[in-house]
Design a protein around this ligand. Structure first.
Ligand code: MSP
Length: 481
């Protein structure tokens, strides 16, 4: 186990506002970063997120909004930053691909790729989907249209610079097979190995200015812009000030790079190939999660059903929002999020579950033990939850915590301390309440990466010299509608 932890999210496209799809990946990264900060110390953890601001898709969106691409990206990027602030996401850096610090290093990267002979010039003819920012093959089309964007791709013929992907694929395949480059979960690893078997053509790293006017110039050919994916993937090292920066030396290779399956090929094949050409170590692990739908439907601008994380934060608060999202499905699986069930789940798990437990236990300790318990201690339970967090089993970690909450509530119901009082069974009361106080302490400790404020609040209450029932419940009940 290394003594540093570098985690990244994809950098999000700024053609549209943040929705809970983007929030999901960012929240997962935040939980992992918080866990490792506790384990390794603040200075040993680096959590990077940001925005992907170049390319035809963004230029189109800016045009539709009637403002310049830079103004447009400034606005939407601010929306991402605000959303993360509201959700209490504690990233270390937020990179924008329009920043000089990024663009400068991308130019160095391109020059280096050319210098080492990883690039060659050729003609490209193909069907380009602006929505995907990629060339599609006939197999990708449904009724002649890109199925993801419901539009016909454009026929494009242009002179492009190509990257010799074929040179690197055999080594990448080996590294993926042996888990030297770990792809989690295994279903995605097999999917990538399958893709390599099918054969992947070299990809072009540039686009003519005519088709893509908004991007980084190729340093040796100002008629062409850098392919947006080469620009974007580089962010994971430009943000660390590759190649000589202190951060790069401390934090690269990335320990975990999170993404969803929609951008699997770019991260598992193009990205490692670019790094190999640059003679840079590969990330240790690429973690691919599923795509979720909302109330049974794919989130999209045209359907107008994209859920904003801001709305959820206003209704529930940041920590509860994170809990509700993360407890919906396991990392890696594809699933549906029932936002319409969130209030029901909130009332069940937080109001009746955790909040009620805190109230009952502190109330009884105040009444029956004069607010005093023996010293509380961490048990193996916290380790068990932490190891689930480290292997990205976040829903499972939360289920473990809520199992202990439920068991503790049952212990209160079954042992009935109020009856024990009537029978003067003081030792028994002490034993039960000590167990419950210890459980609460462990529940709160394990909850820290997910709900840091709630965790601290409970720890303060339960470790006070004289424990008293909180003045008001931790979680107010909400009307279920
Ligand atoms: N800009 C590229 C990524 C470049 S990284 C070098 C991009 N951006 S995106 O805005 O489309 O964001 C895609 C990512 O957002 C997904 O990989 C995933 O992390 C997250 N999600 C967006 N919608 C989602 C769902 N509906 N469900 C789960 N995750 C979702 O692709």
């Amino acid at each position: 186990m290394s003594d540093k932890f570098y985690i990244t999210t994809p950098i999000y496209y700024v053609n549209d506002k943040p929705h809970i799809g983007h929030a999901y990946t960012t929240i997962v990264a935040d939980v992992l970063a918080r866990h490792y900060r506790q384990k390794l110390g603040d200075k040993s953890v680096y959590f990077l997120t940001g925005t992907d601001e170049h390319g035809a898709k963004i230029a189109e969106a800016a045009k539709a909004a009637n403002i310049s691409p830079q103004e447009f990206t400034d606005q939407i990027t601010q929306e991402f930053k605000t959303a993360w602030e509201k959700l209490d996401i504690k990233y270390n850096d937020f990179i924008r691909t329009t920043e000089d610090r990024h663009k400068k290093i991308v130019v160095d990267i391109l020059n280096k790729l050319k210098e080492v002979g990883a690039l060659y010039e050729s003609e490209y003819k193909g069907l380009y989907c602006v929505g995907c920012e990629k060339f599609l093959t006939d197999n990708d089309l449904v009724d002649g249209k890109c199925p993801d964007h419901d539009r016909e791709p454009e026929q494009v013929t242009e002179k492009n610079w190509f990257f010799k992907l074929a040179d690197y694929l055999p080594i990448i395949e080996k590294k993926i097979k042996s888990d030297e480059l770990k792809i989690y979960p295994a279903t995605r690893k097999n999917e990538v190995l399958g893709l390599i078997k099918q054969g992947i053509p070299d990809f072009s790293i540039s686009r003519s200015n005519k088709s893509v006017p908004w991007g980084i110039d190729l340093p040796w050919d100002k008629e062409q812009k850098t392919y947006v994916w080469v620009d974007a993937l580089s962010n994971y090292i430009t943000a660390l000030d590759y190649p000589d920066g202190k951060l790069f030396k401390q934090f690269w290779p990335a320990d975990k790079q999170l993404l969803a399956l929609d951008i699997l090929k770019f991260h598992t094949l193009l990205w490692p190939a670019i790094l190999m050409a640059l003679d840079v170590e590969l990330p240790k692990e690429l973690d691919i999660h599923g795509f979720f739908t909302i109330n049974g439907k794919k989130m999209s601008k045209s359907l107008g059903n994209a859920v904003s994380p801001n709305e959820l934060v206003e209704k529930y608060n940041p920590e509860v929002t994170k809990y509700l999202i993360l407890s919906q499905f396991s990392f890696g699986s594809e699933s549906d999020i029932r936002v319409d069930h969130f209030t029901e789940k909130y009332n069940a798990d937080l109001v009746n579950g955790l909040g009620n437990l805190v109230n009952r236990v502190t109330n009884m300790i105040e009444k029956y033990l004069d607010g005093k318990v023996d010293k509380l201690a961490k048990t193996d339970f916290v380790e068990q939850v932490n190891s689930k967090i480290e292997s990205l089993k976040l829903r499972e970690a939360l289920l473990d915590i809520w199992k202990l909450i439920q068991e503790s509530n049952h212990l209160v119901d079954d042992s009935k301390p109020w009856d024990l009082v009537k029978n003067n069974e003081h030792d028994k009361i002490k034993e039960v309440l000590q167990t419950l106080a210890n459980n609460l302490y462990n529940i709160a400790t394990a909850l820290e990466p997910f709900m840091p404020n709630t965790s601290q609040q409970i720890i303060d209450i339960i470790t006070a010299k004289k424990i008293t029932k909180p003045d008001k419940p931790l979680f107010p009940r909400l009307n279920n509608q």
